[in-house]
Design a binder for this molecule. Structure first.
Ligand SMILES: Cc1cc2nc3c(=O)[nH]c(=O)nc-3n(C[C@H](O)[C@H](O)[C@H](O)COP(=O)(O)O)c2cc1C
Length: 144
């Protein structure tokens, strides 16, 4: 891409990674519904990212223009389908690092490994609390 909108949008973007625990009643159907809503809203807002769900926890990367990411996050934080949201990483990036999907989806399995490894890298510089939260998530996942 040379000149144009995307290039402007891609400069000074906010990237957020968080982990959360699904509400007891959340099932695969809810994940589909969450994805449909995410694709609709994120496409309109220029927000992209990845959502991982193992049946118990969500791990999500959100990237985009800072105010658009903040709006998405505040809607997400109020969603009763999950709780105990922990922000693993919140930083400014020059370019999208998690692809340009309006919201890609990863369930358990090898397909998720690359995503989780990249999150592990980003979390390595975070506080002890954040690292512990992510490590327990990664360990529970390996044991599953
Ligand atoms: C784990 C999780 C991830 C979500 N991700 C997004 C997202 O990336 N974008 C989004 O617009 N809504 C997302 N949602 C849904 C929002 O919480 C909220 O329901 C939705 O944005 C409301 O949109 P509407 O007013 O268009 O129905 C997510 C919800 C959950 C539980």
């Amino acid at each position: 891409m040379t000149a144009g909108g995307l290039e402007r949008i891609d400069c000074d973007m906010r990237q957020i990674l968080y982990i959360s625990t699904a509400a007891g009643s959340v099932i695969a159907n809810d994940a589909n519904e969450i994805l449909a809503t995410s694709n609709r809203n994120n496409t309109a807002d220029g927000v992209t990212g990845l959502l991982y769900f193992d049946g118990k926890r969500f791990l999500q990367a959100l990237e985009g223009e800072p105010s658009a990411v903040a709006r998405a996050l505040s809607r997400i934080e109020g969603d009763p389908r999950h709780r105990a949201i922990v922000i693993l990483s919140d930083r400014t990036v020059d370019a999208r690092e998690f692809g340009s999907w309006s919201m890609a989806y990863r369930a358990t399995g090898t397909d998720a490994d690359g995503f989780i490894a990249r999150v592990a890298d980003l979390v390595s510089g975070a506080s002890a609390n954040v690292r512990a939260t992510f490590t327990s998530f990664a360990e529970a996942r390996r044991a599953a």
